[in-house]
Design a protein around this ligand. Structure first.
Ligand code: URA
Length: 221
């Protein structure tokens, strides 16, 4: 399979993945020994799962401290947009392409900071084993990948957000288990780094992407 390393037998439960990622040092990020952040949300219709899996890049500083995905500033912006689109976050399974926070320590005005670093393609491809294992267990009808790292984590290759957004990409089932439809959009942290007209334009496009996902989810329900 493209972009994936053979890691042996796939974990059969989310609990098994969670235990394994805490011990994972298959790439240099795992060797930083910070918190592995597991996906969260319902994993079956019986638990209220809507069929949507939302994938980010990697935990940030807040997520690393709290051990939960998308709880910092990017998560707050995401929450606003999900609510506006009518997508229930608590019915989605929310996770990341990369399970550990990649940073460089830096002293900024006398205080210690951890500055976010983009994961390399190789690091994303190593961690792909885990996010694909999550997808196999959760079996989402739709996957929303936010940003280039998330898209690579789902596809095993790099795509341009500009080109890929707006039209779904079929994702094969894994080991014979049902496939999903991949929708690609920008990462909320990207929006947070912009201001003025650029920010407005990117928020507008993000809204359009989320509205399309909401409509598709309703269609499939
Ligand atoms: N950014 C991400 O990509 N994921 C998180 O969980 C938080 C911020």
């Amino acid at each position: 399979e493209k972009g994936a390393l053979d890691m042996g037998e796939r974990p059969a439960t989310l609990g098994a993945i969670e235990r394994a990622i805490h011990a994972c040092a298959r790439c240099p990020i795992g060797e930083l020994h910070n918190t592995a952040v597991m996906g969260e949300g319902p994993q079956s219709v019986a638990e209220g799962f809507s069929g949507l899996m939302i994938v980010g890049e990697q935990p940030g500083d807040h997520e690393d401290q709290q051990g939960r995905p998308f709880v910092g500033p990017a998560g707050q912006l995401l929450d606003v947009h999900l609510a506006e689109a009518g997508i229930d976050r608590s019915a989605a399974y929310v996770t990341n392409a990369v399970k550990h926070f990649k940073y460089v320590p830096k002293v900024v005005r006398g205080s210690k900071r951890r500055l976010h670093q983009n994961p390399s393609a190789k690091e994303i491809d190593v961690c792909r084993w885990w996010v694909e294992s999550e997808r196999m267990i959760v079996q989402p009808r739709l996957v929303l990948a936010m940003g280039a790292s998330a898209a690579r984590g789902m596809l095993g290759k790099t795509v341009s957000i500009t080109k890929a957004r707006g039209s779904p990409i079929p994702l094969d089932g894994i080991d014979g288990v049902g496939g999903s439809e991949l929708w690609v959009t920008a990462h909320p942290s990207y929006l947070l780094r912009l201001d003025g007209a650029g920010r407005e334009e990117q928020e507008r496009l993000f809204r359009i992407d989320l509205a399309a996902v909401a409509a598709r989810l309703a269609e499939l329900a």
